[in-house]
Design a protein around this ligand. Sequence first.
Ligand code: XMP
Length: 508
Amino acid sequence: MKHQLVLVIDFGGQYTQLIVRRVREQGVYSEMVPWTKACEAVTSRKPDAVILSGGPRSVLEDGAPDLDYSVIEGIPTLGICYGHQLMAHRLGGKVQKSTEREYGRRTLTRADTHALVGRLTSDQVWMSHGDQVLSAPPGFTVTAETDTCPIAAFENVATRQYGVQFHPEVSHTPDGRSILQRFLFEVAKLRADWTPDNFIEESVQRIRNEVGDKQVLCAVSGGVDSSVVAALMSKAIEDQVVCVFVDHGLLRKNEAEQVVETFTKVFHPRLIAINARDQFYAKLKGVTDPETKRKTIGEQFVVCFEQHADEIKGCDFLAQGTLYPDVIESGSPTAAKIKTHHNVGGLPDWMKLKVIEPLRWLFKDEVREVGRKLGLPEDVVDREPFPGPGLAVRILGEITPERVRITQDADWIFRTELRKHGLHLHIWQSYAALLDVRSVGVMGDERTYEQPIVLRAVQSEDAMTAQAVNLPFEFLEHVCNRIVNEVDGVNRVLYDLTSKPPATIEWE
Ligand code: XMP
């Protein structure tokens, strides 16, 4: 079955990914495409509806993100913020340049009840824009205004083109969802055909077609993504899949043993577990630069996979758990390269195995849903995300077995205490990181000169943004006391309060 598709054209807006998520939450499949590739994508993918995102520029500037409007003619379109202005600009309306930004909550003071933006249960909307639309294009009706924005929404029912100056996708527009729902189901007349069951059925078919009678090596780490990939591959091609778990010596305390145990119990019996700790430590000796660490680890993973693939007759493929946010981040021309996630774009060019990434169109919450449908246990599905390079991106400076031991022990105490106090439930990720500085302390009557541990616990929806968790001071104090008393080599414990942005979730 072919899905209906809503293509979100990205003009560099900070909420574009959120639009995609909101559409998918309605059971309609959506993808985003940068404006530079929009014409190509519309022509080849033939979307059933198009959404034009917001963006930081002015449509009146030279070289501003643009769109050849003829390619989307006849397709139901919703323009949001910059998309609303571009629609006005391209279709014969007027946009006025502004040097000031309007930012914050506003009230729709007049909304036509028959309009797309009519019948909202709340008239609060979230604005974040500079320029204003001064006149709507010919054939369009202005359907809403605020006291600062005379054309907050417009529409042309005959051509199924709609524009809103505000952001229906953010939670600060309380009933924004109903605008998207009406656009998707009443205007574009879409079906809600994007369900985990459909995804599983289609993926199984796609995997079978792609793999044929070959064997697939499935890289597993014990995390939710690779576990879901393994379950999906097993469902699709049963005993043509061999799972490989590489213990690079950078996992949490006792995690390697746990992964092997759960995996053998719950999943596929064909699991090869490789202890490659010494190999990874040797390659990482003296390496302190975060990107070099990632690259080294990525390469060593592939060395391990290829060695084992050579031993399996007819093994041509490597399956791994890349997700949609990784794909978006590495494909966007506007996004700066912050980190190379080792499973996207970080694979060495000498690799012979062909990569299969069945989850590359899913967000994390969708992966969890698919995992549940595939019957994976809750403790696997709800596991915290753990980065592929593991503790390497949490140990600043050189990685040595001793520094790994310190980090593992501190991490173990922190996470055990979080569970004991029931504080782990609403945490996206929590961990201990080891810094590469030393500070003076006093223990008993002795001077110490040791390393500090940083504790980090964040809440997040999709790892694109995150906030530090407000942990009780007494709890932090208790964990701090345990760590300095029980973990040799640590004399100071800090708690990281920084959100993402400006920080990232991991320290490297
Ligand atoms: P940052 O630190 O960029 O992390 O805010 C966002 C999410 O990605 C995970 N992460 C990684 N995962 N390889 C991975 O597989 C990596 O190199 C990597 N770096 C960060 C991080 O744990 C968080 O969930």
